[in-house]
Each structure stands twice: as structure tokens, then as C-alpha cells.
Design a protein around this ligand. Structure first.
Ligand SMILES: [Zn+2]
Ligand SMILES: [Zn+2]
Length: 238
């Protein structure tokens, strides 16, 4: 297997949305796994069922600030958020975007305004486009650019995008494409195209329980198989 070590998990969830552990449990799990940094990046306010918003989001952010102080010197605790694409070029980006250390953006279902795709009927997207991967990529990229996202999570999930095009744009914008370790959404060919474009990759666990924090097995296997470790920004050779 690989001779690379992943040192940070920027994509974890907790019971603030639909996960099962607390922020503290995620931090402790990350320390156990030998990570140097961990973010709690809950679903943004625009997600109908899982979104964290209002006072609850304030409480989570307060908790993360406390954890950051408490664990200083042992692990870097980061304040993250996984935003939802809510339309072409649009997201639920908060006004205080700069208060966050890591902004992830992803295309999800169950995000208003509801339409047939949000209800699970494949073929019609929130972006108002029928299965045009290039146009889908443009809509997501425009949303990522507008909120100055750091990472696009699970590209291709629920909505096929033109990966070579997305990678070219992300390289220009300094946005990383995620190899999601809950389910890998990028083919070997796509991973090779991303590396070829000069765009960076980031591996994220997308953990919804503390036991999965720092679980990079699936994504690592895909990266290894494609031979693209050199593009992974949260890994280093050992
Ligand atoms: Zn997601
Ligand atoms: Zn997620």
C-alpha cells in the first residue's frame, strides 16, 4: 500500500446535523488517528433536513472555539462548514464566511428550492439543467467562487459534472477537489485528469460517527490505484 500519510481531515459531521458523535469526540478520534488537524464541517443552513443554522450554528461555533483552545498544541481544531449549492452560482454561504477556517461546498439533495431532482427523481437538477455535465460544473464552480470555497466535496455525487473542466477552473481558483472516503465519486481516469491539470486533491472522511474520523481507506485505495498521490494536498510521503 501507499507510503503516504494523511495528516488532516477537513470533512467531519456530528450530532449537530445527522451524525452521531459530538465535536469533542471527533477531535479525540482525530488525535487517536494521529492527525495534526481536524475540522467539524457541518451541513450548511440551506439543507432542509440536516442543515445547521441560527442559534444552533452559533453554539457549535462556540464549542469549536473552546475545543481549539483546549487542544492547542495537540491538534489544530478548525471551524468548517459544508455549504449547499442552492442554484446556478448560488449557495447558502453565511454572511460571516470569513469566520470559518475551511469552507466546503457540495451538491446535495433535499435543498430548497425543491424540484424533481431534490425529490430524488434523477435527470433534473437544482441548477435547472438536464444532465449537461459541463453546465453543471459551471453552476457549481460559480457558487464555489462566489463564497471563496476551499474544497468541492464529492464531485459527481447526485449530479454528473465535467471533471477535466472543473479541474482546470479549480486550479485557477485554488479550490481543491475532494476524494470522498465515504464513497469515491471520481473514476481512475478522472483522478488522472485532475492531477494532469495541476489541480489539487484533498481526501476527506465525510465521517458521520467519531469512529470514521480519519478513515481514509476507500479514498486512499482509489488514489493509489490511479497513482495520483502527488496531487493530494493533505498527504505527505513517509
Ligand atoms: Zn456532502
Ligand atoms: Zn459531508
Amino acid at each position: 500500500m501507499s507510503d503516504h500519510r494523511i495528516f488532516a481531515d477537513y470533512h467531519t459531521h456530528t450530532y449537530y446535523s445527522h451524525g452521531h458523535g459530538s465535536p469533542r469526540e471527533n477531535v479525540l478520534a482525530a488525535i487517536d488517528r494521529g492527525l495534526e488537524a481536524v475540522a467539524v464541517s457541518e451541513h450548511g443552513p440551506g439543507h432542509f433536513t440536516f442543515g445547521v443554522r441560527g442559534k444552533k450554528l452559533d453554539r457549535l461555533n462556540g464549542e469549536l472555539t473552546e475545543l481549539r483552545k483546549e487542544f492547542s498544541g495537540r491538534i489544530d481544531v478548525l471551524r468548517g462548514l459544508e455549504l449547499n449549492v442552492t442554484g446556478f452560482g448560488k449557495s447558502d454561504c453565511p454572511e460571516n464566511r470569513d469566520d470559518y477556517d475551511v469552507i466546503i461546498i457540495g451538491y446535495h439533495k433535499s435543498v430548497p428550492p425543491f424540484n424533481r431532482h431534490a425529490l430524488g427523481i434523477w435527470g433534473e437538477s437544482l441548477l435547472g439543467i438536464k444532465n449537461d455535465p459541463h453546465r453543471n460544473a459551471e453552476g457549481i464552480l460559480a457558487a464555489a467562487y462566489a463564497c471563496r470555497a476551499n474544497i468541492i466535496s464529492h464531485p459527481n455525487l447526485y449530479l454528473k459534472v465535467d471533471i477535466p473542466y472543473m479541474a482546470e477552473c479549480c486550479r485557477e481558483l485554488g479550490i481543491l477537489l475532494e476524494v470522498n472516503s465515504a464513497r469515491v465519486t471520481l473514476s481512475k481516469e478522472e483522478l488522472i485528469a485532475i492531477r494532469g491539470s495541476g489541480c489539487g486533491l484533498v481526501i476527506g472522511s465525510d465521517a458521520h460517527t467519531p469512529s470514521r474520523v480519519g478513515d481514509f481507506a476507500l479514498a486512499s485505495a482509489a488514489v493509489e490505484e490511479a497513482g495520483v498521490w502527488s496531487a493530494v494536498r493533505n498527504a505527505r510521503p513517509v
